[in-house]
Design a protein around this ligand. Structure first.
Ligand SMILES: Nc1ncnc2c1ncn2[C@@H]1O[C@H](COP(=O)(O)OP(=O)(O)OP(=O)(O)O)[C@@H](O)[C@H]1O
Ligand SMILES: [Mg+2]
Length: 164
């Protein structure tokens, strides 16, 4: 089944899409983000953090690889951009962290597709122009397919734009 995609016209809207995602995620959910430099992955995760009640600034984890934030659910925020080999994931306890409670958001997840959990929400962010982004959410298993449809449904119900 092809899901509709989320359309955002500003960074604030992408942030709000993240807040909405935070309202529908459950402990253990994994969000795998791809889309290139400046697509808006961090902006989306900052909204997700807000939605999970994370207090304080949520910086890009590009240099730390993993930043963990307490919230109503713990947010495990990864950025795999600087990793060169999958073996380096061992150093950050990647699999243990992803399998633990909390919600994991993984920027540049497409760098290591073979290391991702089987059931995850793939979110591909496309840059249409300077201020417009398309967020294509595809669940790769039963759990994440439910998450994808919940996210789009609540986004559209709250007035958010969708596209085919
Ligand atoms: N609709 C939009 N959604 C998200 N960001 C937008 C949008 N329109 C413009 N922007 C701008 O695009 C940039 C997105 O930056 P962000 O750090 O979130 O991207 P990223 O995908 O995390 O990049 P990186 O690969 O470097 O981690 C910001 O400068 C933001 O202001
Ligand atoms: Mg980023």
């Amino acid at each position: 089944m092809t899901e509709a995609a989320i359309l955002t016209l500003s960074v604030q809207e992408t942030h709000r899409a993240g807040v909405v995602l935070g309202a529908v995620v459950q402990a253990g959910d994994v969000v795998a983000l791809s889309g290139g430099l400046g697509a808006g992955k961090t902006a989306l995760v900052q909204g997700l953090a807000d939605g999970l009640g994370v207090v304080g600034h949520v910086p890009s984890p590009t240099f730390n690889i993993l930043l963990v934030h307490p919230g109503t659910l713990r947010l495990n925020h990864f950025d795999l951009y600087r990793l060169e080999r999958p073996e380096e994931l061992v150093d950050i306890d990647f699999w243990e962290t992803v399998e633990s409670d909390g919600v994991s958001a993984i920027e540049w997840a497409d760098r290591f597709p073979a290391e991702l959990p089987a059931d995850r929400l793939d979110v591909e962010m496309d840059v249409l122009d300077e201020t417009t982004r398309v967020l294509r959410a595809v669940g790769t298993g039963p759990r994440s397919r439910r998450l994808a449809s919940d996210w789009i449904r609540v986004w559209a119900a709250s007035g958010g734009a969708v596209t085919a």
